[in-house]
Design a protein. Sequence first.
Length: 722
Amino acid sequence: MIGRLQLSRMTVALFCLAILVACSPKETKEAKLSSGFDVDSLIDEMTLEEKVAMIHASSSFTTGGVERLGVPEWTMSDGPHGVRKEHGRDWEHDEGASDSVTYLPVGVALASTWNPDLGYEFGKVLGSEARARGKDVILGPGANIIRTPLNGRNFEYMSEDPYLVSRMVIGYVKGVQDQDVAACVKHFVANNQETERNSIDVEMSERALREIYLPGFKAAIVDGGAYTLMGAYNQFRGQFCTHNDYLVNKILKDEWGFDGAVVSDWGAVHDTKQALINGTDVEMGTDLSMLPNPDYSKFYMANATIEMVKTEQVAEGVIDNKVSRILHVMQRTNIFGERKAGVVNTKEHQATALKVAEEGIILLKNSGALPLDRKKVKSIAVIGANADHKHAGAGGSSQVNAKYEITPLAGLKNHGGAVAITYLPGYEIVKGKGADDTMIQQAVKAASSADVVIYVGGWIHGYTDGWNDNAYDAESLDKHDLTMPFGQDELIQAVMKANPNTIVVLMGGGPVDMSKWGDKAKAILQAWYPGMEGGNALAEILFGEVNPSGKLPMTFPKKLSDVSAHALGEYPGHDGKVIYKDDIFVGYRYFDTQKIQPLFPFGHGLSYTTFEYGKPDVTKNGEDVSVKLRIKNTGSRSGGEVVQAYVRDEQASVPRPAKELKAFQKIFLQPGEEKEVELKLGKEAFQFFDEGKMKWVLEPGKFIIQLGSSSRDIRQTGEVEW
Ligand code: GLC
């Protein structure tokens, strides 16, 4: 006889069974993982094959999941300044995918703001849009040091100075990861040229590695908490960076305590055993060499790995550690829990793109021509095909399908009011084409009858119709020299002759040779690739609606041979190897130590107002140095100033640069307003890396602290004894 209680229990059991049966087979097969699951226990349930499936690509931008246990594929996407065009599951673009996004200014433009808070806002937009596009990892920021202006990917990076890179990547990484997406700082390390990028073997001193090339990555990992990092293509001291025992095991994972996942660059893994024991956690992109029929079982970290474990050449625990790293990153980005949905193409995101462009465009020269007064200027001739050229979709893997892109010409029309604006391209963006006399004459005619000429030129991103087709700023290609393409120098000189009142706007990822016209230009602005709102930001600055506050994140040389990578070498290296004989003397560290005059110095950028620097009060409390000084806006317009602090070691036992950037602060002041700025310098600001002792050391003695508006515009100095 079944009692009443037993009857009710059976009813409940039958009811639950009915629910279970009613569930789709998938749900019962695919266990749902709760967000707090124990990673080690889950790994214990996995077969070797399931674990290995997680550590290599399952398509161009995903890695394998374990459906049986509820682990989804891990989805990645480029790029550093916008979520890339949809690649779907094949290398071919998913044409027609709804993949238009916010096209942010490129990395070097973000760095030119010298505004770490904007770094966070930038990362927040990128992370939110990556989430909205269903991505788990966004492949940025680019943290490589700008060693030579010829590097085709400088636009994706930030600076020649490790401290500026460090300050800008932290906010970026946090901004991305607060949106439940993993940032992936890249390309670790010494990927400072595109020439022979897949194989070049980089040699450098330990000091150069520690003082110049690692700090940006260390800041992203240790201070920014980046969950993933991308191993670079090149070799370092004879081992590929992606599976380099010293870089990955010793420095990244042991010294820095990195507990996230190391993702290879696409096709950067070259050996199964090295990848397994030298720290690669995820192999991507080896299918590139198998297209159009990729076979993911043939990846180095696929069947060959299973074989190595089964034949006990590698312990299964090595695989477990990789899977554990991936699962922990998945947990940190809430893949198994309540996760941010993300949004894309919002007005707020576009406003951030505008803000970064406004603060990242740099006024390099102004002999009174700017800002333009719309009451006095009745006509403007806009000359130069870059004025009407869109850059978002080119440049290589960082390409994006911008929701829209306001060109300089469109921006000038948006903000020009009653000013009559004519436009002539003056040159043609055609592979290998030089000056076009007919086009020059047309431009000269328009220039001669206008009140003002705004020339827009410089570099371009690879052509929109090609991957890297004869690009001048793009992945896998370096520039040949600093001469602008398409015969622009001839055009500019002809236009200036017709109308001396010519303002030059340069786009691109770095400097150009200005020797033929720079001294004649009434004003020069560096606009980089300023994103989808770049044209509006440029016009706001030209018409004075926005006061420029950008500062150069790299030295603009008078000539290429003044740059240490070219003066001391080596670049691009020979016989497959490049030795960084410039060592720690990169950028202004070289120019200032050797007293070479740059065209425009690191940290330089003009304003429409002026700032006065008060005498600094330098105090030392234990190991903390504080520098306080008052900054006053002595002009008639509000504006932003970047107060920079450079340190010089007066009596070092080793060669040290004449100055090293160790602190900065951006402040905004109304006309007449003054504020006290405090710059804090810890002992690390005074140390150098001692190669003999293999550690950072601080030698006693006097240090000079130089405070200025650029590395060459030093306004005040102080000193401190250690
Ligand atoms: C590329 C780039 C890297 C990019 C990756 C995926 O070759 O070097 O920056 O994220 O492959 O496209």
